[in-house]
Design a protein around this ligand. Structure first.
Ligand code: ASP
Length: 412
């Protein structure tokens, strides 16, 4: 990726007239990302919900975990809003865009209309038009009722014994299978990232090559964007999660942080919460003393559902792009951004650059220029390392808190 960024910048500066030969790579990359995102989010959400179908068995543990995940993610988003407000990354760049402020205002619907349109009258139309919020609502409802049907089928155990194939169970497996396939497809698309990044960076550099003032502003803006994200991540990791650990878990946050050092380092170097999961499970049980029952439920769920770093990052990126294009988001658009970030963070795959797939769709929903994504690609990799570390660390904190509330004796 780093080499692709370097070559992209050199190409854009040296051969701006030949940009037509390479810009298709970026376009193709973005098209492929868009191709996987909708089915992936749908399958990920449905199987995340059906994945907690044993909630009946685990009872209060499942509900506590999901609530804790929701609130930590919400805190992360507010942290992003706070630090973006302080540092204002991207302001003053004013990149020219085909979208005008009027276009955006005319796209904005009234509150009543937007809330109503969150519920799709035709889910297939929502899929076809990539309307994310209705798709998410449909996925959640579908997941809930799939789980309910599954429970009913299980209650009539007699019936399921008679039937060799339980159709509801099969449907659940279809979505789990779909989830795995789309994950593999996303990994494949992301493997092509170096070419895509090369195309996008070359195109952007060629566009601004003559304009050194703009390039300098862009560089400064990106620097500030990195500072904003890293400060936000550090704040959430060191302050917010420590306070939660201490307050709700009565644990020593410092000792927990030390115990989790190898988890954080693994997440940092692999860029992937999924790849870190075996280490996370091992360390949380061995070093903190969390039981297998709690760790085995909370951590795998967290690797998919709980993405504090990703949520913080996605929110910061969207606001950075809005600032960079000189577009002032209305309060309502900010609300939609927060909502979308909360929902897409759940659907983000725990793999390197997983959130890049989601950011495009958030930009589309909020009404910002999707090509803005090209601006942040240059610094995505190092920030991915940092946000993945927070994603995983927050799962471990939640596991410790939940274990404590279940009456377990921990070593922290
Ligand atoms: N790399 C992150 C993870 O695996 C996902 C992301 O791109 O935000 O947790």
């Amino acid at each position: 990726i780093l080499a692709a960024i370097g070559f992209g910048i050199i190409f854009g500066i040296v051969l701006p007239d030949y940009i037509g030969y390479v810009d298709w790579m970026g376009e193709l990359f973005l098209r492929l990302l868009k191709m996987v995102v909708i089915p992936m989010i749908f399958c990920a959400l449905v199987s995340a919900i059906t994945g907690i179908k044993e909630e009946g068995k685990l009872g209060i543990l499942g509900i506590k975990t999901v609530l804790l995940y929701f609130f930590t993610t919400l805190f992360a988003v507010f942290t992003a809003l706070f630090f973006v407000g302080i540092f204002q990354p991207g302001t003053g760049i004013a990149i020219p865009s085909d979208l005008t402020a009027d276009d955006i205002t005319s796209q904005a619907k009234s509150l009543r209309e937007t809330l109503l349109h969150i519920f799709p009258d035709n889910p297939f139309a929502a899929f076809a038009n990539a309307n994310m919020l209705p798709i998410v609502v449909f996925a959640i409802l579908f997941g809930i009722f799939l789980t309910r049907s599954w429970r009913q089928e299980c209650l009539s155990a007699e019936k399921s014994r008679q039937e060799s194939v339980n159709p509801v169970e099969t449907l659940i497996q279809v979505f789990e299978g779909g989830n795995r396939v789309f994950l593999k497809m996303t990994v494949f698309v992301i493997m092509l990232a170096p070419f895509g990044v090369f195309g996008i960076i070359a195109e952007n550099t060629a566009r601004f090559a003559g304009d050194t003032e703009m390039l300098a502003q862009l560089g400064r803006g990106l620097g500030l964007h990195c500072i904003t994200v890293v400060t936000g991540l550090a704040f959430h990791l060191l302050i917010t999660l420590s306070v939660l650990l201490w307050f709700f878990g009565r644990c020593n946050p410092y000792r927990h942080l030390l115990n989790m050092s190898s988890v954080i380092l693994t997440a940092f170097s692999t860029d992937s919460s999924n790849a870190t999961l075996p280490v996370t499970l091992e360390e949380v049980m061995k070093k903190d003393g969390v039981s297998e029952k709690v760790a085995g439920f909370v951590l795998p769920l967290g690797a998919t559902l709980n993405m504090n770093g990703t949520a913080l990052y996605e929110c910061a990126v969207v606001l950075f792009i809005a600032n960079a294009y000189g577009i002032e988001l209305t309060l309502f658009q900010q609300f939609i951004t927060v909502l979308m970030v909360l929902l897409t963070a759940v659907g983000t795959a725990g793999i390197p650059m997983g959130s890049i797939v989601m950011i495009g769709i958030i930009l589309h929903t909020v009404g910002l220029p999707p090509e803005g994504i090209g601006l942040v690609l240059a610094v995505d990799r190092p920030l991915d390392m940092c946000r993945t570390a927070l994603n995983v660390y927050s799962d471990t904190c939640c596991a410790a808190i939940i274990a404590k509330t279940e009456g377990e004796k921990l070593q922290i």
